[in-house]
Design a protein around this ligand. Sequence first.
Ligand code: SF4
Ligand code: SF4
Length: 58
Amino acid sequence: MKYIITSECVYCYECVDICPVSAIVERDEQLYINESCVSCGKCAEVCPVEAIRVNNKK
Ligand code: SF4
Ligand code: SF4
């Protein structure tokens, strides 16, 4: 997966609502981006605290 949600997330759920493929899911009281992500970047655009970043690590 290309996009990751960092600990700066304040749980506004804007990203969950905007994701076209419902790739953002809650697990163990944290939000994760799963394999369904098509890297459209919409979640990163709407996040008010810029908690969603491109993961450059291989
Ligand atoms: S990059 Fe697009 S497809 Fe991937 S989690 Fe964000 S909104 Fe969903
Ligand atoms: S938009 Fe940003 S702050 Fe809001 S739930 Fe998603 S990652 Fe967290």
